[in-house]
Write a protein that binds this ligand. Structure first.
Ligand code: NI
Ligand code: MN
Length: 226
């Protein structure tokens, strides 16, 4: 599977010939000024929760790509009010097939208010299943015992986890999360974008290495194979 990092928690995974874009936040990210929104294509946009740093470019990209936005019920209703009608509402615990790609929504321990102050429902993580493999994106979350359920549902090729601390797990907790969910292949996100979440990359990589894990920190705009 091919993963392209667009900064913060925004990334795309190409699998089964489909492009899945997660948590679009690019134009307001100072570190992602070189990313051209118009160049991004997607078949599906998955939104983990309502915070601006995960949804800011969702309306623009849903319109420009024609992608179906997969999100919780409250964000689905909010997007509909913004004129985005190509949405598919889900909620925690639910799974569904989108063609030959499966999506299961799982618990995330965080909050989810929308940019205009509206109620954003509960935050979620996603397990994505395809013929090429399976991965888990936790969304913004604390380390939580719920992660111990993930191996019941999926044998993961890799996971995408926040590592920036302050608002989410830091590297120490994220490396424990990797063990709970049963992968030693992690892409770190949700770091460096703002002062609160700036991290030492070498230290982060070492923390994961000490836990027997490979931590990938692709550059913004870089594509890696996983
Ligand atoms: Ni958040
Ligand atoms: Mn966030």
């Amino acid at each position: 599977m091919k993963l392209t990092y667009y900064g913060h928690s925004c990334f795309a995974v190409e699998t089964n010939g489909k492009k899945l874009l997660f948590d679009p936040f690019i134009t307001y990210n100072e570190l992602a000024k070189h990313i051209d929104l118009a160049s991004i294509q997607a078949d599906y946009i998955l939104v983990s929760h309502g915070h601006a740093d995960h949804i800011a470019d969702c309306v623009a990209l849903a319109n420009s790509t024609g992608a179906t936005v997969i999100c919780n019920w409250e964000i689905h209703e909010w997007l509909n009010k913004q004129g985005v009608t190509n949405t598919h509402p889900m909620n925690t615990g639910g799974a569904r097939a989108f063609g030959d790609i499966g999506v299961k929504c799982v618990v995330a321990q965080h909050s989810s208010g929308l940019p205009d102050g509206g109620y954003g429902g509960n935050p979620m993580g996603f397990i994505v299943y395809s013929n090429e493999g399976t991965f888990y994106y936790s969304g913004d979350t604390a380390l939580t015992m719920d992660m111990q359920l993930i191996p019941r549902w999926a044998k993961l090729n890799f996971a995408v986890l926040p590592i920036g601390d302050n608002f989410t797990m830091g590297t120490a907790d994220a490396s424990v999360a990797a063990m709970m969910i049963g992968t030693n292949n992690v892409v770190g996100v949700h770091y460096d974008t703002f002062g609160y979440i700036r991290i030492d990359h070498d230290k982060a990589i070492k923390t994961f290495r000490d836990a027997g894990c490979k931590l990938h920190l692709p550059a913004i705009g870089e594509t890696i194979n996983l």
